[in-house]
Design a binder for this molecule. Structure first.
Ligand code: ADP
Length: 676
């Protein structure tokens, strides 16, 4: 209540004083007023501090008019008009336009300009009618009076109202030293230009009107100081122009009686409208840019997070694959051993099942590991000159058992003459095996799979794997090479995998410089996968010697390395491997960590040590280094590791290993090594 009363008193005093000064300036000048500041003051105050200040406006306007000799009824009519004008304007801006007093959106400036010209119709009309009724204005001069009044009033709201709202909304502001210096420079130049234009008789230089000079500091302010600077600048220009009228100085071509006053009003009004709009566009752009920057930095953070998560996921997949492979070793060893020991016919079938499923598991894990290595860019091909036919034969052998269980026929057609490629033979085999496996998987039992290899020109080889299976929908054809994409595979279909086989195959083909695509006439109409690989016609010149068939240890009639030490912290894996080796006729000892391995080497003096790399405490590399230091080149050291990349092999070589085997180790790998 007290606050409200104080507010009313304050607005009364300020309004009254401003009105008196303005009326004084107008009466001295005789040519009318450039603008009527009290209207802007009243609108700003009611908008910012509440409608309840209206009595202050009413009383101040009343007494101000009374004080210059206007009769009380007329003064009351005029005052009521001003009070209603400020109330209507403030209400419209607050409730309808939701004006942001910082003028930071284009809609704020537009709304304010609209209010300036709209609300002032009220006071102008009320005032003109009051004067007419009081006999102070004749019918003839009514329109002229109304017009002059309205323009001055509107400019008052436009210039003073915008200034009050913007400056009183957030009166405190912080500027850096450089900004303060910049502000002083630009405001001084604005005042200097205004004084030159309005206070001196110089109106143009070299026929260029000086008035244009005003635009330079104004544009500068709009860009750099925002609405706060522009509203102040507009007030300063209007004040300077008013002073020139008051002092009757000035540019005669611009200010010369009432008609020139209207010209000046139009000029200032236009400048105010343009720059209020301009500055809010600049502000809006700044805000948009800021929020864009904000969004971009949030997006960057999100991308970084996703990347980190993706990396963590890849690391996890790699570790998971590696850890899951370890238990496969003893399973493979044990089943092979059982088979070697001789089993009943019905048990042989069960062993077939175990072996085929363990192989599938091993293959899936390999795919998973490979794809995560390729994604982590930790994958390198080990290219050599490879004869394609031998790779095809090995691939056939690998899928043979699965094809049989599904009852498929495999037709192979390829050129008789040897075809030579520069390729990684293990990976090339993986490409064939994946495509053949898929063909077998996605074809109902008893189907036909055709593998065709043909030269397409003298630099390209075309490999086609065609089946009579379930086919692929047109829209899925392009997508099936993406990781984890599976085209409508019913859950639980025999051998349905992880959805990474084709994406791995594609990457492997691309690493070989080739392309892969799928074709299908649709559901139930079979599929064809076509791989094109580059060949080099000159490769035949670098033919390697065909590898001789490796005889098994027993075929060779005698053991090259009778005593073998198996070192693995996974006891089951060690025992499985040991049992296999025993079966091959070797004498076996075990060690389950690095220190024990060194003791056993001392005691048992093995010919070969099968040494796991990931041992607790002292790892395989350390053991190998120590053995080489203490005992020179014997025994033969074979590294057993879940990791089979070139980098792992290099590390093993450097530590003193003779060979490197990737787990799970099968009996054939061992036989080949131990007899070579
Ligand atoms: P997975 O076989 O483990 O699901 P792949 O990446 O090998 O994953 O294959 C992706 C998908 O492509 C499969 O789920 C299957 O829908 C489709 N597909 C692959 N090969 C064939 C084929 N020969 N016939 C029909 N569909 C196939």
């Amino acid at each position: 209540m007290v606050r409200q009363a104080a507010g009313i008193v304050l607005i009364f005093l300020v309004y009254f004083l401003t009105a008196r000064v303005s009326l004084g300036v107008g009466s001295i000048n005789h040519s009318g007023l450039l603008f009527w500041p009290p209207s802007g003051l009243a609108l700003g105050a009611l908008f910012l501090f509440g409608y309840e200040l209206w009595p202050g406006v009413l009383l101040a306007a009343f007494f101000a008019n009374l004080s210059i000799g206007i009769p009380p009824p007329m003064a009351l009519g005029i005052a009521a008009g001003y009070m209603l004008e400020s109330l209507a304007g403030a209400y419209f801006l607050r409730e309808h336009m939701k004006l942001n007093p910082l003028f930071s959106r284009l809609q704020d400036s537009l709304a304010f300009i609209l209010t300036s010209f709209g609300s002032t119709v009220i006071a102008t009309t009320a005032g003109s009618i009051s004067l007419y009724l009081g006999g102070q204005v004749t019918q003839d001069s009514f329109a002229q009076t109304w017009m002059t009044w309205w323009v001055g009033d509107s400019l008052g709201v436009l210039i003073v109202g915008a200034f009050i709202i913007r400056w009183l909304c957030r009166p405190r502001f912080y500027k850096t030293l450089w900004e303060v210096v910049e502000g002083l420079v630009v405001f001084s130049s604005l005042i200097a230009v205004s004084v030159l234009i309005f206070w001196t008789p110089v109106s143009s230089i070299a026929n260029i009107p000086l008035i244009y000079l005003l635009f330079i500091p104004l544009i500068w302010m709009a860009l750099r100081t925002g609405p706060r600077g522009i509203t102040l600048a507009l007030l300063l220009i209007s004040a300077t122009a008013t002073m020139s009228l008051f002092l009757n100085h000035g540019n005669v071509t611009l200010i010369n009686g009432a008609s020139d006053l209207l010209l000046l009003q139009i000029f200032i009004g236009t400048v105010a409208i343009i720059f209020l709009l301009f500055v809010s566009i600049v502000e809006e752009r700044k805000e948009v840019m800021e929020s864009l920057r904000d969004h971009i930095s949030k997006l960057e953070e999100a991308v970084e997070r996703v990347r980190a998560q993706d990396e963590a996921k890849n690391e996890f997949i790699a570790t998971l694959g590696h850890e899951l492979r370890n238990p496969l070793s003893p399973i493979i060893s044990a089943t092979e051993l059982i088979r070697q020991n001789g089993v009943r016919e019905e048990d042989a079938k069960l062993i077939d099942i175990i072996q085929s499923h363990t192989q599938t598991l091993a293959r899936l894990l390999d795919d998973l590991l490979d794809i995560s290595r390729i994604t982590r860019k930790k994958f390198r091909l080990q290219k050599e000159v490879v004869e394609l036919q031998s790779v095809v034969h090995r691939s056939q052998e690998t899928v043979d058992a699965f094809l049989k269980t599904r009852g498929h026929a495999l037709l192979v057609s390829m050129p008789q003459k040897p075809l030579w490629l520069s390729a990684d033979k293990v990976r090339l085999e993986q490409i064939f095996v994946n495509l053949l496996f898929n063909a077998a998987k996605y074809t109902e039992p008893g189907g036909t799979i055709t593998l065709t290899i043909a030269e397409a020109g003298d630099r390209c080889l075309r490999i086609s794997v065609k089946d009579t299976g379930i086919g692929i929908d047109q829209e899925m054809l392009g997508r099936i090479f993406e990781p984890f994409v599976q085209a409508n595979v019913p859950r639980g279909r025999v051998g349905s995998g992880l959805g990474i086989g084709l994406s791995l195959t594609k990457r492997l083909v691309e690493l070989h410089g080739g392309t892969i695509r799928a074709e299908s006439l649709g559901r139930g109409k079979g599929s064809e996968f076509i791989v094109e690989l580059p060949i080099s016609p000159n490769l035949q010149l670098q033919l390697p010697h065909a590898p001789a068939e490796v005889p098994t240890a027993r075929e060779a009639g005698g053991l090259k390395y009778p005593k073998i030490l198996v070192v693995d912290d996974n006891e089951a894996a060690a025992q499985g491997l040991g049992a296999l080796l025993k079966h091959l006729g070797h004498e076996i000892e075990f060690a389950y960590d690095g220190t024990e391995a060194l003791q056993q080497i001392q005691k048992f003096a093995p010919d070969v040590v099968l040494l796991d790399i990931g041992l607790p405490g002292m790892d395989g590399y350390q053991v190998a280094r120590q053995v080489r230091q203490e005992r020179g080149s014997s025994p033969v050291l074979i590294a057993l590791s879940g990791y089979g990349q070139a980098e792992d092999k290099r590390k093993a070589r450097e530590a003193g290993f003779n060979y490197h085997l990737t787990k799970p180790v099968g009996i054939r790998d061992l036989e080949q090594l131990l007899t070579s």
